[in-house]
Design a protein around this ligand. Structure first.
Ligand SMILES: Cc1ncc(COP(=O)(O)O)c(C=O)c1O
Length: 432
């Protein structure tokens, strides 16, 4: 007998039986979502959540934005997918827009289907272009979980998931975790970078440094002088910069791309997540003419550059511009920061937002910065979830509340979250 999955209980049972999710669920998850609009999602029980994950940092203009839905629907009646050897008007228009908006060092766009794939293509491009093999990545960096992207993703836990040792060509260099600076936290002299010249000199086969310009894991934004120094070091050695803007791109940090915060001009930039406007999956590797000229192939993602996703992505960019959402995002990041500090909660160690990338790092002790224990973090996450706040936990030590709603979030919605956070922090503390 077939179950037609018409009620919430049978849908959840079928989800458990048939859908693979290779990680454990916190309480109340997975949420099976029936509809979504703006910053709000509604599950199959009718419970509403404020989505502080923006569908995993994809729906930058909010869920089901009418302009995006309309553009995608219109495209559905024209053409859907064609081979990457050919093209569609939507893809050409999106490529042009990305080149106009991105740093002037970049000239051409290659479309694929996901952030990991975009980064793998970037690695190939860098290796082919320089005829060198090695790539440096930042500690705490995240570039995806396919095997090539894992080679430059820092987390040991993730690297082990490949079931094989990672190749020796790629290696980590320090990132800037200023809140936990081991050198001089009050007057940065970029001491964390002191060994980097020597490391790079010992690895003359280094083709590129791949980096999130602001790290999504924990929302770590280095000071200007840190990026200035890295940029100078790498340029002096002819090493390419691959800027991974998969999460930071398209307005998330309060600028269209995070490179703009520092005036960086990478030779390669990658993007994904919001690029599809939430319709299907679309990612991009954007490169300088010099690199594109030398590229001799080896990548043909069958579904790269879907026309409907591209039309929706274009509509996303139009929406960001028409509704001034990038500036709004910068303002909301500041609002969120002030509102979180105003709680004066003893567990709030630091509030770190660049635009709406980042969140709150929780500590057991503000002086020693001892990380708040996993048990308390889990209870806080569960309490927020029960209160209708959809968030994720992030950070090198798993103690950051990652708070990244759609860029259209309002002050009232942020206040609503802050009110829930106040109650949950107090109740978890008094029960501990
Ligand atoms: C910075 C960054 N790079 C790459 C990726 C991988 O993207 P995808 O999951 O689409 O493969 C992500 C995804 O979270 C990301 O945040």
């Amino acid at each position: 007998m077939t179950d037609d999955l018409t009620n919430a209980a049978s849908i959840e049972a079928a989800d458990q039986q048939y859908v693979m999710r290779p990680w454990p669920h916190p309480a109340g998850e997975p949420v099976i979502i029936a509809k979504a609009s703006g910053c709000t999602i509604t599950d199959i029980h009718g419970k509403e959540y404020l989505d502080l994950t923006a569908g995993y940092f994809v729906n930058n203009a909010g869920h089901c934005h009418p302009r995006i839905v309309e553009a995608a629907t219109k495209q559905l009646h024209q053409v859907l997918q064609v081979s990457g050897k050919h093209g569609t008007v939507a893809v050409v228009k999106l490529a042009k827009r990305l080149i106009e908006l991105g740093p002037k060092s970049l000239n051409k766009v290659f479309f694929s289907t996901g952030g990991s794939e975009a980064n793998e293509f970037a690695l190939k491009l860098a290796r082919q272009g320089t005829k060198k093999t090695d790539v440096a990545y930042l500690e705490n960096g995240y570039h995806g979980l396919t095997i090539g992207a894992l080679e430059v993703t820092a987390s040991e836990k993730y690297r082990e998931s490949a079931g094989k040792p990672m190749g020796p060509e790629n290696y980590a260099i320090p990132n800037a975790y200023c809140y936990r600076c081991k050198f001089s936290p009050d007057s940065c002299a970029t001491q964390c970078l002191d060994g980097v010249e020597a490391t790079l000199d010992a690895r003359p086969k280094t083709a590129a440094i791949i980096a999130e310009i602001i790290q999504a894991v924990g929302g770590l934004a280095p000071p200007q002088k840190w990026w200035d120094r890295v940029d100078k070091i790498r340029k002096a050695r002819g090493i390419l910069l691959i800027a991974d803007e998969v999460q930071t791109g398209l307005g998330r940090t309060g600028k269209m791309f995070a490179v703009e915060h520092y005036g960086l001009e990478p030779e390669i930039m990658t993007g994904g997540k919001g690029l599809s406007g939430g319709v299907g999956s679309l990612a991009a590797t954007i490169a300088s003419d010099a690199l594109v000229k030398n590229f001799f192939g080896g990548t043909t993602p069958t579904n790269g550059g879907n026309a409907v996703s591209a039309a929706a992505g274009l509509a996303l960019i139009e929406t960001l511009e028409a509704e001034k959402l990038v500036d709004h995002c910068a303002t909301m990041g500041r609002y969120f920061t002030e509102a979180a500090w105003a709680l004066r909660d003893p567990w709030i160690g630091v509030v770190r937002f660049t635009g709406l990338l980042g969140g709150i790092e929780l500590v057991a002790n503000r002086d020693s910065k001892e990380v708040l224990g996993k048990g308390a973090i889990a209870k806080i996450k569960d309490g927020l979830h029960a209160a209708g706040m959809l968030i994720t936990i992030s950070g090198l030590y798993g103690n950051c509340l990652r708070l990244q709603p759609p860029l259209s979030v309002t002050p009232a919605q942020i206040d609503q979250f802050i009110g829930a956070l106040r109650t949950v922090l107090n109740s978890v503390r008094s029960a501990s």
